[in-house]
Structure formats: structure tokens, C-alpha cells
Design a protein around this ligand. Structure first.
Ligand SMILES: [Zn+2]
Length: 271
């Protein structure tokens, strides 16, 4: 389903976890971010690209390596792939592919393309690295914490900020990697908003924000507080105000399990 469309940007949203696929029209190329989820949804995106952008080179950007974000990779053969160096260097690619396999098995999903881990053509190495494709400049920032290989991407001319699995209205932080790294990544959001004229935020899941940078800051602060409060409660055995946080989310009961995992993660890392 298309949830946003203007001259240069289309946001498709899956029924599953409201996962977003971003399509940016660079004029003489297109950039597609994390095409997902089900076979029909990926097919719809592919058909849209074929109809609207026939013949243009396709660049695929992967915000991070979680299986739901790389699931559509081979539906776009010949595309050039952009991702972080860590994304390319993972040693647990088989685990991620198994998650896709298991998902498709459990949901009886047949795909008309093979499932593979993305081969990266354009590696993002330094924080703040810029890449120019045709006449368009992209700025990239490392965004670890959720996973260790995340990226923030800014499409300069259009003021588009693609955040991967950060800054969602539907989720508090899912800490798979590291809580301190997560806080550092959130702190980068201020720098990004100061340095780049951001007009639209596209998170990995949930509602985009157009001309609402104050709302971006609110999501960021909410996530900072969540992590800081959780660290504090693990350290001091103070009760964590879980219901206060859950009350801010539409699918609160769906988040309880992840909260327990976050708590467990921090408990282990604090030791
Ligand atoms: Zn993720």
C-alpha cells in the first residue's frame, strides 16, 4: 500500500509491522530502500518500478541486516547495493537467511526470486560519508545500537532522512546490539537536524513525519528516556515505569515481549 507520494518520493507500507519501503526518484536512477515483506507486496513494488521507471538503473539501500529489511533483495536483479561495511562483513549471514526461510515456511509464502544475502557494491565506511549518484548527493551516518550495522541516510536535495529501525511511532528501542551505542546514535539525530535541512523522516516502521522536526525530536527524547530509565532500573532495582511507556504506543501489548528482551540484554551487558 502506498502511504505517501510526491514527485520524487514514494513510501510503500507493508501490512506486517507497518514496515516501510522508500522509493526515491533521482531522475536518471532510482533508489529503493529495504523492499519488503510478503511476495505480493514485493511484486507490487517491483511492478510499480517497472511501470513508472522502466530502464532506469536501480540502487538498493539496506538500512541494516535484519531479515525483514533484506527479504526483497533478489527481486531486483542487477541493482547496485549500498550498505555499511559491517553489513557486508557479517559472519552470521546464514542465520539471517534462515530467518527468512523460516518465516516463509511458517506462512506458506512462495517467492518468484531466490533468497540471498545482499552483495554490497557501495560500502559505507566513514561516519558522515557522502556518495554522489548521478547528480544526487547522499550522506550516511553509522547508526549502531539496534543492530551493529545500521545506517542513517540523508538524501540532500530532497531533505529526506531515512532512519532504519529508529525513531518509530510504533516502537520503543529494540536493543539487539548495544544500549550505549543506541544512545550515541540517537544523539546524532540532533547533529543531523542541525546540519541538513530535513523535510521528511522515514522510519523503518510506522508513520513518516513531514515538516514535523519537533516530532522527530520528541521520538528521539522518548527513546533516550526509555533506555536511560531501563539502565537505571537494572542498576538500582528501581521499578521501571513500563506502563507509562507502553501507553504511548498503539500496539502496546505487542511490545511487552521485546521489553523483557531489552531488560535481559541490559542486565547481561551491565553484568
Ligand atoms: Zn530491525
Amino acid at each position: 500500500m502506498i502511504v505517501y507520494q510526491d514527485e520524487r518520493l514514494v513510501i510503500f507500507q507493508s501490512d506486517l509491522y507497518q514496515t516501510n519501503t522508500t522509493l526515491f526518484d533521482g531522475g536518471d536512477f532510482i533508489l529503493l530502500v529495504d523492499p519488503n515483506w510478503t511476495a505480493n507486496e514485493v511484486y507490487y513494488i517491483k511492478s510499480f518500478v517497472k511501470q513508472q521507471h522502466a530502464g532506469k538503473p536501480v540502487y538498493l539501500l539496506f538500512t541494516h541486516s535484519d531479515y525483514d529489511h533484506i527479504i526483497g533483495y533478489r527481486a531486483f536483479p542487477g541493482a547496485k547495493v549500498i550498505a555499511s561495511e559491517r553489513f557486508a562483513g557479517r559472519v552470521d549471514k546464514d542465520r539471517i537467511l534462515r530467518e527468512i526461510y523460516t518465516f516463509d515456511q511458517q506462512h506458506y509464502i512462495s517467492r518468484d526470486y531466490p533468497i540471498e544475502y545482499p552483495e554490497v557494491d557501495i560500502l559505507i565506511q566513514q561516519d558522515g560519508m557522502q556518495v554522489t549518484i548521478k547528480s544526487e548527493t547522499f550522506s550516511f551516518y553509522h547508526a549502531p545500537g539496534h543492530t551493529d550495522d545500521g545506517l542513517f541516510t540523508i538524501i540532500e536535495s530532497a531533505g529526506i532522512f531515512i532512519a532504519g529501525d529508529y525513531l518509530s511511532d510504533l516502537e520503543f528501542p529494540f536493543i539487539y546490539h548495544d544500549e550505549s551505542a543506541y544512545l550515541e546514535t540517537l544523539a546524532k539525530v540532533d547533529l543531523i537536524l542541525q546540519k541538513h535541512p530535513i523535510r521528511i523522516l522515514v522510519p523503518g516502521h510506522g508513520r513518516y513525519l513531514k515538516d514535523q522536526n519537533a516530532e522527530i525530536i520528541k521520538r528521539k527524547q522518548r527513546d533516550q528516556s526509555y533506555i536511560e530509565d531501563l539502565i537505571k532500573s537494572v542498576r538500582t532495582s528501581e521499578i521501571f515505569p513500563l506502563e507509562n511507556y507502553l501507553g504511548q504506543f498503539l500496539f502496546a501489548d505487542g511490545l511487552r515481549d521485546q521489553h523483557s528482551k531489552n531488560e535481559e540484554h541490559i542486565r547481561k551487558s551491565i553484568g
